[in-house]
Write a protein that binds this ligand. Structure first.
Ligand SMILES: *Cc1c(COP(=O)(O)O)cnc(C)c1O
Length: 419
């Protein structure tokens, strides 16, 4: 039993039944899951949620499944960290990191969306699941499909980081590298979905899949003591997560779990792939697709499916958007690791780099609560920092050798760095 009324076109409002549909037959607008909030309000409370296991299914009434899933039961409820050291480095008073680099099982926020999508695929009776991915989705679909005894096909741009490729192959999935960008992978996958009738999590199951991202927002509010932050910075690839964080906050407001949502939402992209940011900065209604060229491969979507709606959330909330260079991404990854002990992937570098830039510009004030979204793990994108962290110093197992080393370099912040 769910509280889902059905699907609804985000453009023309036409309603559809709960089926594996994703575009409106009449206007080609994207479909979205709609709920009966009056019923939900009668059936959940903060107290009821507090009694449940610490995972994303504690908000199950707000997710589009008909029965308890059994797939990915340990996903979510990642730490929300009060980042004192980083706050000091940035000169801000109240800073939090929502850390999905620690998500289970594949160390990115994508486990949230995939567990909902694969549960839904099972409900619909599919035996094969698939995805078009920039990397993290590939890892997550392969892992969770393996654990759920579903056959999986994963399609990626052929030149992804080794950690993302290995972290997909290991689960025994069917991995296909496409000679082209993510946007070309995605186009091909739409054709394959039509022809083979598989459950593509981010194509024909996209309305259900995307709802999983809302749990990132619910958790932040609950972990802040059922409060929303004044500012939140969110990385954007296809632009889905940012719209769902906003939807989550608005739903909690509707249910009376938080008071008025006055959060400003900021979108973050890499300069080498910033179609949404560019449109926001130009105050344009149109998003011009780009050809990505950045180390932030997980965010490298040149023609973002939800870009228009992401822009809408940024404007409606009174937020803004910024982009950062590859060099700024690396510096931000290092800053996060050195201040808070968190190794994020390039996407986290984008988010933190953009946060720093917006603070420096005075767009985000320094004396209000800020949440920075860390969505993926640095062990998957080692290539970009391997030459930027120094090298271990190798000595014989003799005290005299260590004494000599310490005498020479022990006064520095790190014995491995020249600076
Ligand atoms: C996919 C992804 C995002 C953003 O996803 P959307 O397509 O905008 O929902 C952010 N961070 C990481 C690490 C990702 O893998």
């Amino acid at each position: 039993m769910s509280y889902v009324r059905g699907l609804k076109c985000r453009e023309c409002g036409r309603e559809y039944p709960k089926e594996p549909l994703h575009v409106c037959e009449f206007c080609f607008g994207p479909l979205e899951v709609v709920y009966n909030y009056e019923e939900i309000k009668r059936n959940i409370s903060k107290e009821k949620i507090a009694e449940r296991q610490k995972n994303m299914w504690r908000y199950k009434e707000l997710l589009p499944l008909e029965k308890d899933s059994g797939i990915g039961i340990d996903i979510g409820f990642t730490p929300l960290i009060r980042a004192h050291n980083l706050a000091q480095a940035l000169g801000v008073s109240e800073l939090y990191l929502k850390n999905d680099a620690a998500n289970y099982p594949t160390l990115s926020f994508k486990d949230r969306v995939v567990s909902v999508a694969l549960s839904k695929a099972k409900e619909f009776g599919f035996d094969t699941v698939a995805c078009a991915s920039t990397g993290n989705l590939a890892n997550s679909v392969a892992a969770i499909a393996a654990a759920s005894s579903l056959r999986s096909f994963v399609f990626i741009p052929y030149d992804l980081e080794q950690g993302k490729v290995l972290g997909t192959m290991i689960y025994g999935t069917n991995l296909v590298g496409i000679k082209g960008s993510y946007d070309e992978v995605n186009r091909l996958c739409s054709e394959i979905a039509g022809k083979y009738g598989w459950a593509f999590v981010n194509i024909n199951l996209r309305p259900y899949y995307a709802e999983g991202s809302k749990t990132f927002g619910y958790e932040i509010a609950e972990q802040l003591g059922w409060k929303v932050p004044k500012h939140i910075v969110v990385p954007m690839a296809g632009g889905s997560l940012i719209t769902k964080v906003w939807k989550a906050f608005k739903e909690l407001e509707k249910l009376g779990f938080v008071s008025e949502v006055d959060t400003k939402v900021y979108g973050a992209q890499a300069t080498g792939c910033a179609p949404i940011v560019t449109a926001v900065k130009k105050k344009s209604e149109l998003i011009t697709p780009v050809k990505p060229s950045t180390i932030a491969k997980s965010l490298a979507i040149g023609n973002p499916a939800d870009g228009f709606y992401a822009m809408g959330v940024i404007r409606e909330s009174g937020g803004w958007a910024e982009d950062v260079s590859d060099e700024e991404i690396i510096l931000a990854m290092k800053l996060l690791a050195e201040t808070e002990g968190i190794f994020t992937e390039t996407a986290g570098g984008v988010t933190l780099g953009v946060t720093k830039k917006l603070l420096d510009q005075g767009v985000i004030p320094r004396d209000e609560s800020i949440v920075v979204s860390i969505t993926g793990n640095g062990l998957k994108t080692q290539e970009v920092v391997i030459d930027r962290v120094g090298k271990p110093i190798v000595i014989e197992a003799k005290l005299s050798q260590f004494d000599a080393l310490y005498k020479e370099k022990g006064g520095k912040k790190s014995i491995n760095h020249e600076e």
